[in-house]
Design a protein around this ligand. Structure first.
Ligand code: NAD
Length: 366
């Protein structure tokens, strides 16, 4: 009999609610592992403010080495009022940038899903958002955040948006491959009517599409129109491919659709080891109370399983979340005034049980 595959997970709980929500994601991972015939070995490491307090740096070398040696990194969140006065590379958030850099992750994946059970929590009309399922594919290591800045001085300041053809090409492949496993539509977002760098973006994306992905539909939208469409009719989108700046803004705009930040997962991939973390921060206002919503982190664990080549187990995790919601389990951020809220750990257990009971469904790998 073949040995059971065992995945080494670098577990970085971080600060605030990070430890609470990542604990539940690990619980769910362990639950599906036994059903789906693999093992997870999670090893805890310091990150963010917690690491700064203990070691004097938010991203210690021991954490970096452990991440690079792992199969995947599961992160909670970093930062909080305790460390608001820190500056430069002592800021917990600077540790996060250093982590992304060390892993060489250039593709940020952010699914925005509005489960039918939660459509009433959205600030938009439930019939407009219910069933929304968008995957944002954002380029993470280029564009204006990494151009050559000048100033600010009295005379002014300059930031430059730069992309090479190869940077655009590799992120385009990520988006088209994801679309092949989903509904087969990619919307590429740029500002090609004004920016030269967007002209190149549009040309390269079209080239990659025409050469390799005739089974995927491609359309281009200007970013201003895309922002309007995300709010007006989010159900029209499948995969949205875009650069660093536009992706930052559009994915946060779309993050408002489900009605709670606690629902949203993310993955940063492209290097040898991927990074999986919820979109939200450390939520110091509710930390340590066992009330945070762990769904964003649990769904990040589903993305982690996709990336490790365990798509059936990933689907079981998503099924577990939907089934727990359908059964009426809601954390405080989702419960209406007349509904009873369950704790972070209760919700995690309810998901884990349902995910583990979900029989293998034969889902294609990425
Ligand atoms: P935040 O995301 O931590 O919280 C914003 C609001 O959303 C708060 O009211 C919070 O209670 C609520 N919220 C967030 N996650 C929730 C969850 N899972 N369940 C229920 N409610 C949830 O953003 P903030 O308050 O602007 O930032 C707090 C700290 O987190 C800051 O130090 C910031 O720098 C840091 N931060 C870290 C990351 C990261 O680690 N990736 C991202 C954003 C902010």
């Amino acid at each position: 009999m073949a040995d059971t595959e065992s995945y080494a997970i670098a577990w970085l709980p971080g600060d605030g609610i990070g430890p609470e929500v990542t604990r539940e994601a690990l619980r769910v991972l362990e639950a599906v592992a036994s059903t789906y015939g693999f093992a997870v070995a999670a090893e805890e490491h310091l990150m963010g403010g917690a690491a700064l307090d203990e070691t004097g740096t938010p991203f210690p070398d021991t954490t970096r080495d452990a991440c690079l040696e792992s199969n995947a990194v599961l992160l909670g969140a970093v930062g909080g009022p305790t460390w608001d006065d820190t500056t430069g590379d002592r800021r917990p958030e600077s540790g996060l940038l250093a982590l992304r850099k060390a892993l060489g992750v250039y593709a940020n994946l952010r699914p925005v899903i509005v489960p039918e059970a939660l459509a009433t929590a959205s600030p938009l009309r439930p019939d407009r958002v219910g069933g929304t399922d968008i995957l944002f594919v954002r380029e993470l290591t280029g564009g204006i955040y990494f151009g050559t800045p000048e100033g600010p001085t009295e005379d002014g300041a300059r930031s430059t948006m730069e992309y090479s053809g190869s940077e655009i090409e590799r992120i385009a492949h990520v988006a088209f491959r994801r679309a092949q496993r989903r509904d087969g539509h990619v919307t590429s977002v740029d500002k090609a009517n004004v920016l030269e760098v967007s002209e190149l973006w549009r040309a390269v994306v079209t080239e990659v599409h025409d050469a390799h992905y005739s089974d995927v539909d491609l359309r281009h939208l200007y970013v201003d129109n895309a922002a309007m469409q995300v709010v007006r009719d989010p159900q029209q989108f499948d995969v949205v491919l875009t650069g660093n700046l536009f992706g930052d803004i559009l994915s946060d705009l779309a993050a408002a659709l489900p009605g709670s930040l606690g629902l949203l997962p993310s993955a940063s991939v492209g290097g040898d080891v991927g990074l999986f973390e919820p979109v939200h921060g450390s939520a110091p206002d509710i930390a340590g109370q066992d009330v945070a919503n762990p769904i964003g982190t649990i769904l990040s664990a589903a993305l982690l399983l996709d990336e490790l080549g365990e798509p059936e187990a990933a689907d079981a995790v998503r099924h577990g979340v939907d089934a727990a919601l359908d059964a009426g389990f809601l954390t405080a951020d989702l419960a209406e005034a007349n509904e009873e809220a369950v704790s972070t750990s209760t919700f995690g257990r309810e998901v884990a049980n349902r995910a583990a009971d979900h029989a293998p469904q034969n889902v294609p790998t990425l």
